[in-house]
Design a protein around this ligand. Structure first.
Ligand code: PA5
Length: 453
């Protein structure tokens, strides 16, 4: 299991820490919440307790393994889980390996942005006839994946390729334009569980198809998530990583720590921090609480990479405003190791490195950074992966989704909606001339119709 170490968030070890009593004071309400939660499980939990979604992806196997490349088009929750899984569980050079080096699995490109330089450069890397395009949008109304879909569709047409043989839509089982087009044109489709929001959907067909295509063990991802849920439901607060993450972040927020840094000491884990950034920001950043009171709540998530960001961020973390709770991600085991050669043994600036493992240096730097931050009175947590594999990545997703639900309960806000992103979308639709959104656009003399004050 993943290990959460609280040492440097407790007041007994760090000046700005929390007392055990403060954490303990939430044990009963968290236990009550988890009891209700288990009786009325949300969609993201039910998803990992059934085989339905994993089977739907497995059923696509014969089709997907006829291709060399998979291009995923999606954004936000329809992309970040895929990116995190690929980076954690496939080597950085995966797409540069030949088919043999990839054991016949597909190269994976996840295109989220609508930057023409970016999309063009991905399309330059693939041959349409050997490529499967997975368009993911739960709503089917999101401009970015829809624009990229239309471009891809145009390319398939230009090459005379049958869209039915090159596209899978992953979308709501009933609603939206992708479902409509898929039905009328006979395009293969995967369902997104209707009761799972985008940022909670990494372990649904949204994230599982690209993982499967890259040869990642999707069964183990789900088993990891299921075990994390089981532990969360059965454990008391001190043995419960999800509850501790939720409570500790909440308590630090109450003390003015309105920034949550996730600092990964592993390039492979770094993209988990990107996924977390969306989950924490969009779920917990809310103007109104569940009783309709104006609260302007939210803890800003920041991602950082160790050791790189020691040389850009850590000065601020140590001596800047005491407004952060930092979570270090680290792994006990790297898949590959490098021993630093013993060269220049007479040079003390270099000789201490000779003969040591590169991973020992990286993990020592993590400890050094954490202790220095503690010495400055600033709190931190450590989440340790025994190794980076499917099982522990599945756990990570589930623990943080549960921690988000728990933090939502403590803040008394709805972590599953995102009303704040709607207005910007409407203005964009109006500026792009979409019918029905004229009131959000520009007047005839070029002034914005949306009043700011
Ligand atoms: O978490 C969310 O709901 C959002 O980030 C969505 O995933 C994102 O906006 C994409 O939405 P859709 O899948 O409907 O295109």
């Amino acid at each position: 299991m993943l290990k959460l170490d609280l040492t440097y968030t407790l007041a007994e070890n760090v000046a700005g820490g929390l007392s055990s009593e403060e954490i303990e004071s939430h044990s009963q309400n968290i236990a009550d919440f988890l009891k209700r939660f288990d009786e009325n499980k949300p969609g993201f939990v039910n998803t990992v307790l059934t085989r339905r979604w994993i089977d739907s992806v497995n059923e696509m196997s014969d089709f997907i393994f006829t291709f060399d490349n998979l291009v995923v088009l999606g954004i936000g929750g329809s992309a970040l889980g895929n990116i995190a899984v690929q980076n954690a569980l496939r080597p950085l050079n995966w797409n540069s390996l030949n088919a043999e080096g990839r054991n016949g699995y597909l190269r994976i490109f996840v295109v989220d942005n609508i930057d023409p330089d970016y999309l063009s450069s991905v399309l330059d890397c693939i041959e349409p006839k050997n490529t499967l395009f997975n368009i993911i949008s739960k709503s089917g109304t999101t401009a970015e994946p829809m624009a990229n879909y239309l471009i891809v569709r145009g390319i398939l047409d230009a090459y005379g390729l049958d869209p039915k043989e090159h596209i899978i839509f992953t979308t709501d089982p009933e609603k939206g334009v992708l479902r409509r087009i898929g039905r009328s044109e006979g395009i293969r489709m995967l369902d997104i569980p209707p009761d799972v929001g985008g940022r909670f959907s990494a372990l649904t067909p949204v994230g599982l198809l690209s993982a499967k295509a890259a040869g990642i063990d999707i069964e183990e991802l789900i088993i990891g998530a299921r075990d994390a849920y089981d532990k969360t439901i059965k454990s008391t607060i001190w043995e419960n990583p999800a509850a501790l993450l939720g409570v500790i972040h909440y308590l630090h927020y109450k003390k003015g720590r309105n920034i949550s840094v996730m600092m990964a000491y592993s390039n492979r884990l770094y993209y988990l921090a990107d996924w977390y950034r969306q989950l924490w920001a969009e779920s917990l950043g809310k103007m109104y609480d569940n009783d309709g009171n104006r609260v302007d709540i939210g803890q800003t998530p920041i991602k950082a990479l160790g050791a790189v960001d020691q040389h850009s961020q850590v000065q601020l973390y140590n001596e800047g405003p005491d407004d952060k709770i930092i979570t270090f991600l680290r792994t006990e085991k790297f898949d590959r190791e490098m021993i630093i050669p013993k060269i220049h043994e007479n040079e003390p600036e270099l000789s201490y490195l000779g003969g040591k493992k590169l991973s020992t240096l990286l993990n020592s730097e993590q400890v050094g950074t954490q202790l220095a931050i503690a010495k400055h009175g600033r709190p931190s947590l450590t989440l340790t992966f025994p190794q980076i594999d499917e099982y522990h990545i599945g756990q990570f997703f589930m623990y943080y989704e549960l921690a988000t639900a728990i933090a939502g309960e403590l803040f008394n806000i709805n972590p599953y909606d995102q009303p704040g992103v709607e207005l910007g979308k409407k203005i964009t639709y109006a500026l792009m001339g979409r019918n029905g959104f004229e009131e959000f656009g520009l007047s005839e003399n070029g002034e914005k119709k949306v009043e700011i004050k």
